[in-house]
Design a protein around this ligand. Structure first.
Ligand SMILES: [Zn+2]
Length: 215
């Protein structure tokens, strides 16, 4: 049961296409799991379509219609099997992984691996994090917003327990220490808008984690 959803502002921006691509990946992944938010997004899309109807017409090139029809005639590429090994993974994640090959898991600590996702967005760090069953992540805070989406399994921290599909947005300065459930590993998508600062004693161990976040 999903309990944590993107707020209205994020969903409006997502629907309008103005949300940064990196953050859209997290919202789109949430919609993959959340029927409730899919309905919210559909409602927003139809409001947007109605607003568009009230807009002034814009001139387009003479051949635009032909271009659209020729694109419709092109064969649809079938996507490769889920490279993460999780068939239930959101399409947007599988597509990103398919573009860059298999996820390249990088060892961070005995409990934590990370695989970066290339999105071409310099202001955001987008990555998959895998916490071993019962494992914990070093305590850290954020100097920018971080979106976390649980893709598989569950984790808990000081503020609650989060399950598959849960969407969390943390503002700068919120310190937390995620802990995977004892019975299964947890895979999360994280989209960080600014560098993360480790506050616990394991900071040194996490140097690889920090190296790609220049101070
Ligand atoms: Zn939702």
């Amino acid at each position: 049961m999903i309990k944590h959803h993107p707020d209205d502002n994020l969903l409006v921006e997502f629907s309008a296409g103005t949300l940064a691509f990196a953050q859209s990946i997290a919202v789109s992944s949430h919609l993959h799991f959340c029927h409730h938010c899919r309905r919210r997004a559909e409602r927003l899309n139809s409001i947007g379509a109605n607003l568009m109807n009230d807009c002034d017409a814009v001139a387009v090139s003479d051949d635009l219609l032909d271009q659209v029809f020729s694109k419709l005639d092109q064969p649809i590429k079938t996507e490769a099997a889920a490279p993460t090994g999780h068939s239930k993974m959101p399409k947007v994640i599988d597509k990103l992984l398919a573009q860059q090959g298999q996820p390249r898991w990088q060892f961070l600590t005995p409990s934590l691996d990370m695989a970066r996702l290339q999105t071409g967005q310099k202001e955001f760090e987008v990555a998959l994090h895998r916490i071993k069953a019962g494992g914990s992540v070093a305590e850290h805070d954020h100097r920018g917003t971080e979106i976390t989406l649980v893709l598989d399994g569950s984790f808990s921290d000081e503020t609650g327990i989060y399950h598959e599909g849960d969407f969390l947005l943390r503002e700068a300065g919120q310190v937390h220490r995620p802990l995977a459930s004892r019975d299964a590993p947890c895979i999360c998508l994280s989209v960080v808008a600014a560098p993360v600062r480790m506050t616990g004693k394991f900071t040194r161990l996490l140097n690889p984690f920090l190296s790609f976040r220049p101070q």
